[in-house]
Design a protein around this ligand. Structure first.
Ligand code: 5AD
Ligand code: SF4
Length: 442
């Protein structure tokens, strides 16, 4: 038990990678809050440093070891400093981490965060990377009833059974597990009661979520969104990340029917070449993706689409790359992430002959140039339109607010009277490289 009269200890968390890690870091911070730790932004003040790692692309482990190396002077100065490694590198590397870096006190995999407080107390092993049967979130202490920022994440699903040939997620995050409906709804209602107006539902394969509904029926993700849409006071719903093969009709229909569901969809396709999609084990073709996009746009014509791409996957030819560019040109994305293929140990593609590095670099540049033209066009297309903007923080200039538009663009607005958490109508007047400028609509 913690001594309530003791001065709070300070916890510094560094989060790498995806939104799921951001969410997990918040939950770990809350769990450690119950142990008497409060968050600090200043690593040198910390009594405990937690590195929440990402393993999706190369050099993750090397980056972790160099970050740990940089903690040596702090540990020398403060021998009681606790150093923890969480996340997917913790899962993948396990005891290798404490072997190489004896200054590390604990290693905790993403499915074992509920053990973290006991680990810190020394009541559990130093290294926990098992996959428990139960819902890890169930065993994390409840969030304290504090006000929350207006936009929050909520994990509804974890893990992945898709086994794309390049990807470590099925190994680091494990099999797909959906959280039950009533826990998700309880957490969503609780967030709303604490000032949250926008919830982003998270999962590695979020649209594969399914569960037993309140009506006794089997619910898919579209049905869950409808239920969340009934929560009074929740203005916006988003979700990420989705697989094309799990875009069920009901989910597409939800984009037409649920007004809170924002007109924005991140739907990774990875490549526009059927040969490469097959080698990636994506289990869909470029044409399947294009037809899906048509159906989604029929349901919600103004939807903004974004995607992920990998260039230089083993076996990729100039023709395959041209097919990717053609798909991008045909869809027109609002923005997209593109990566050079990075071979990950333990994945099926690891040993396949690599594309020449310079060729892959050139393809990445070409793809990114096309994607940034599309991003610019999408932003400029917003000029003159009036959009909802949820204010998340004050801008750098006095009287300015910054928030996200319905389409997830950052928008800055002169709004001296406004508060964080206000959802207002804004007319877009200008497009800057990574944001939009707007004015309050009359
Ligand atoms: N190499 C390059 N990019 C990858 N991604 C996943 N694994 C790899 C890899 N081995 C990308 C995919 C995925 C995104 C989160 O990261 O595009 O959608
Ligand atoms: Fe990785 Fe593919 Fe699963 Fe996405 S769908 S997490 S890329 S295996």
């Amino acid at each position: 038990m913690t001594d309530p009269t003791a001065a709070p200890k300070k916890l510094f968390i560094k989060t790498y990678g995806c939104q799921m890690n951001v969410y997990d870091s918040q939950r770990m911070a809350e769990a450690m809050g119950a142990e008497g730790y409060e968050l600090t932004e200043d690593q040198s003040q910390a009594d405990m440093v937690l590195l929440n790692t990402c393993h999706i692309r190369e050099k993750a482990a090397e980056k972790l070891y160099s970050d740990l190396g940089r903690l040596k002077p702090l540990k020398a100065e403060k021998p009681d400093l606790k150093i923890g490694v969480a996340g997917c590198v913790a899962q993948a590397e396990g005891e290798e981490i404490t072997r190489r870096m004896p200054l590390v006190d604990l290693v905790v995999g993403p499915q074992a965060y509920h053990r973290l407080p006991a680990m810190v107390r020394g009541e559990a092993p130093k290294i926990v990377t098992d996959f428990p049967e139960e819902d890890k979130f169930d065993h994390l202490p409840q969030r304290r009833a504090t006000r929350r920022a207006p936009a929050a994440f909520l994990t509804v699903q974890e893990g992945c059974d898709k086994f794309c040939a390049f990807c470590v997620v099925p190994y680091t995050r494990g099999a797909e597990v959906s959280r039950p409906v009533e826990r998700i709804l309880r957490e969503a209602r609780d967030l709303v009661s604490r000032g949250v107006r926008e919830i982003t539902l998270l999962g590695q394969n979020v649209n594969g979520w399914h569960g037993a509904g309140e009506d006794g029926r089997d619910w898919g993700f579209g049905r869950l969104i409808r239920a969340i849409g009934e929560i009074e006071g929740l203005d916006r719903i988003r979700y990420t990340t989705s697989h094309p093969n799990d875009m069920a009709d009901d989910l597409i229909d939800a984009h037409r029917d649920v007004p809170q569901l924002m007109p924005y969809l991140h739907l990774p396709v990875q490549s526009g070449s059927d040969r490469i999609l097959k080698a990636m084990n994506r289990k869909h073709t470029a044409d399947h993706y294009m037809r899906l996009i048509d159906r989604i746009r029929a349901a919600r014509p103004d939807i903004m689409l974004t995607s992920d791409f990998i260039v230089g996957f083993p076996g990729e030819t100039d023709q395959d790359h041209a097919d990717t560019l053609r798909l991008v040109a045909a869809v027109s994305f609002g923005t997209a992430f593109s990566f050079k293929y990075s071979p990950r140990p333990g994945t099926p593609a690891y040993d396949r002959p690599e594309v020449d590095g310079a060729v892959a670099d050139a393809r990445l540049q070409e793809l990114q140039a096309l994607l940034s033209r599309q991003q610019k066009a999408a932003q400029e297309g917003m000029i003159g339109r009036t959009l909802g903007v949820l204010f998340e923080k004050p801008g750098r200039i006095a009287g300015q607010m910054i928030g996200k538009s319905d389409y997830l663009h950052s928008v800055f607005v002169e709004a001296p009277e406004a508060q964080v958490g206000d959802l207002v109508q804004v007319r877009i007047i200008e497009s800057a490289p990574n944001s939009l400028h707007g004015e309050l609509a009359a």
